[in-house]
Write a protein of this length. Structure first.
Ligand code: FAD
Length: 492
């Protein structure tokens, strides 16, 4: 029997759930406050085409392959994917440069060549330990809609050698200092905490498994990451999904113990057999979706928020620099940016990520490059915007990159920069944070809201929900939510 399902938000989590539900024959209506599907997967239109100003690193391809297979499609027939042989090129202020490759042997050889034999061996140990952690927790925790402590303990008991590697009382930063004698390598692998909006000093040692997601391959998409959202949207439309854009859901209505529909900005009420919320779950606990659902995801109300960012998107001819697709220009002092962020300051000595979208495997060097440049930032509640922020951020970013030999030949204006306040405006209740609540402490994974809520026909999906932030995780969350709906017979 076809059910009527409303999905609030057309981010990757919402789209993944929508396409699966529509494929199963349900009537799906997706309502988004933005002008198009994709949420954080966004572009800025430059003179040489659309420039990604959201995610750039596509990892964990099997998550997407499974999603497409579940709707009887082959991802490779819709999206041209290139596996990048270089995961990222890393640059330090002392002139050191290091590529990490998409296979262990090449990365180990390069680390040995650049940092010496001892570092090569340290990397091998770190690689193996983080792989063990990933393999141990992938199924029982990451691919589980509602993991709990008992399941986590069972997973570790099945592989007792993993217990010592979890370092339950250590932060990622201190754990990395014990792996690597060269602080530059600890700095490099510590940066992976920022992929989920954490810092190496506060993220648990267990977060070393994030690097494993990248070690298993990084893909670029022809046409940019935005193509993934466009393709999913099209597959939704082909299966009868209705999209309404530029419309905010202002209330989720409940009658007794079930949700019954939503209200939107112009006052229209839509009824539904089930509702999936793809916005930041903090919206619910803040009461933005009305009193009927304000007890949902209650812990997000006071939980510390993850990092925000300053994100540049522009195209320009560029001088110098042997750029790869993904490039990281490290700070002078490893923790200075995180110290500044924790004090509510714009980092003056940041690590800067530069995505040169037209570079990469087999790509000819373009005359004009499209760039996305990201600097970590405190969320809005930790730092209020100041009128000088644009000029300050511009000076910090481009003076620093110039020191690495990178000069961009173009005038760069406010329209090229997304700041924490812009993210806060686009993503209600996010506080400008890009990855939901901050991943602090050993059990942070278990403290995120899950896709299942105490209301049997209300579900949550997206980066603010377990298994967490990032495009593959949000897509996985959408799939887990639909599996849970099926299991709980919400759809029958
Ligand atoms: C600059 C940047 C770089 C990133 N880099 C990477 C990367 O390289 N790799 C990676 O894997 N991840 C990356 N991420 C993270 C990744 O983009 C996100 O985790 C993921 O896209 C979030 O998807 P989501 O399903 O949570 O939906 P979101 O993208 O958060 O979208 C939610 C949608 O819900 C809508 N919405 C919210 N509330 C309402 C309401 N009340 N009514 C109507 N609509 C509503 C919003 O308008 C929005 O469209 C990056 C993010 C950013 C911002």
């Amino acid at each position: 029997m076809a059910r009527k399902i409303i999905i609030v938000g057309a981010g990757i989590g919402g789209l993944s759930a929508a396409v699966k539900l529509a494929h199963a024959g349900h009537h799906v209506h997706v309502i988004d406050a933005g002008a198009q599907a994709g949420g954080k997967i966004r572009t800025h239109l430059g003179s040489s085409g659309p420039i990604d100003i959201g995610p750039t690193v596509l990892t964990l391809l099997p998550v997407f392959q499974r999603l497409f297979a579940s709707i009887d499609e082959d991802i490779h027939e819709h999206i041209t994917l290139t596996r990048e042989p270089i995961l990222a090129r890393h640059w330090w202020p002392d002139g050191t440069m290091l590529d990490l490759h998409d296979n262990f042997e090449q990365s180990a050889t390069e680390i040995t060549a650049v940092f010496g034999k001892k570092s090569g061996k340290e990397f091998a140990k770190f690689y193996n330990d983080s792989r063990l952690l990933f393999d141990c927790f992938d199924k029982p925790v990451m691919q589980n809609a509602r993991p709990n402590l008992l399941q986590m303990m069972r997973a570790t008991l099945k592989r007792p050698s993993v217990i010592g590697k979890m370092k339950p009382l250590s932060s990622l930063g201190s754990s990395l200092s014990s792996y690597f004698s060269d602080p530059r390598l600890a700095q490099l692998f510590g940066r992976y905490a920022t992929y989920v909006g954490g810092t190496p000093q506060t993220a648990p040692a267990l977060m070393s498994l994030i690097w494993q997601a990248e070690a298993r391959g990084v893909w670029t998409i022809k046409g940019g990451m935005n193509r993934l959202a466009r393709v999913l949207e099209q597959l939704c439309i082909e299966r009868g999904v209705t999209f309404t854009f530029n419309t905010s859901v202002t209330r989720i209505r409940r009658s007794a113990d079930r949700v019954v529909g939503v209200d939107v900005t112009d006052g229209t009420q839509h009824t539904a057999d089930a509702v999936i919320f793809n916005g930041d779950p903090r919206s619910l606990s803040q009461g933005d979706l009305g009193p009927d659902v304000e007890t949902i995801a209650r812990s997000t109300k006071s939980a510390k928020r993850s990092l925000s960012a300053y994100v540049w998107g522009f195209d320009a001819p560029v001088e110098a620099a042997n750029l790869a697709h993904h490039n990281v220009f490290f700070a002078d002092r490893p923790n200075s940016e995180f110290d500044d962020i924790s004090r509510g300051l714009m980092p003056v000595d940041p690590t800067i990520y530069v995505c040169a979208q037209d570079r990469g495997a087999n790509a000819p060097t373009p005359h004009v490059d499209r760039f996305e440049i990201i600097l970590n930032a405190p969320p809005l509640s930790q730092r209020a915007p100041e009128p000088e922020d644009f000029d300050r951020c511009k000076a910090i970013t481009f003076n620093r990159l110039e020191r690495f030999g990178l000069t961009f030949h173009r005038q760069i204006g406010r329209e090229h920069l997304t700041m924490p306040q812009d993210f806060a405006e686009r993503f209600p209740a996010s506080d400008g944070s890009l990855y939901g609540q901050s991943p602090e402490g050993m059990l942070s994974t278990l403290r995120r809201p899950t896709c299942v809520t105490p209301i049997s026909n209300l579900f949550l999906v997206g980066g603010g929900v377990h298994p967490g932030a990032g495009v593959p995780m949000a897509a996985l969350c959408g799939q887990l939510a639909v599996d849970e709906m099926t299991r709980r017979q919400i759809l029958t």
